[in-house]
Design a protein around this ligand. Structure first.
Ligand code: FES
Ligand code: FES
Length: 161
């Protein structure tokens, strides 16, 4: 048994793992009931499981939970403000009706949010490069790109990424 302590969405968490190689994704979903983060490929190929580690996007299916010990994780559940105010990225996703089946969208939003924090004014090429690792089988790439531009514009007028 191994004990891992880390911060999730601003709250300290302690989990006890039988298997030290347990991926962070299963700890989030099964131990902490944060099921917004999705399992797609399980092999770091699709991006569905993307969360933020200290603000940077990582693949939680391929990161052992012990690897985030003492660090800070943000999931899709932790993006909006505690009062429910959505970020500019989340609002743009709704306004542009980006999601189709929606399965990949938590990962898409997490990657887009990290991009806009790092680069508030991305070009189409910047967006394509940043989002290349997030696969959407429904093919909403044009709308994802448009939503990221809309969120970038909204941020300029005061919204959070
Ligand atoms: S489930 Fe993690 S990258 Fe596909
Ligand atoms: S919206 Fe269906 S896989 Fe992306």
């Amino acid at each position: 048994m191994i004990t891992v302590r880390f911060k999730v969405n601003g709250t300290d968490k302690t989990v006890h793992l039988e298997d030290p190689s347990t991926p962070l994704l299963w700890v989030l979903r099964d131990s902490l009931a944060l099921v917004g983060t999705k399992y797609g490929c399980g092999m770091a190929l699709c991006g569905a499981c993307t969360v933020h580690l200290n603000g940077a996007p990582i693949r939680s299916c391929s990161m052992p939970a012990v690897g985030v010990s003492g660090q800070s994780i943000t999931t899709i559940e932790g993006l909006a403000k505690p009062d429910g105010t959505l970020t500019a990225v989340q609002q743009a996703w709704i306004d542009l009706d980006v999601a189709q089946c929606g399965y990949c969208q938590a990962g898409q939003i997490m990657t887009a949010s990290a991009l806009l924090r790092q680069n508030p004014n991305p070009t189409d090429a910047d967006i394509d490069e940043a989002m290349a690792g997030n696969i959407c089988r429904c093919g909403t790439y044009q709308r994802i790109r448009a939503a990221i531009h809309a969120a970038a514009d909204a941020q300029k007028t005061g919204g959070a990424a």
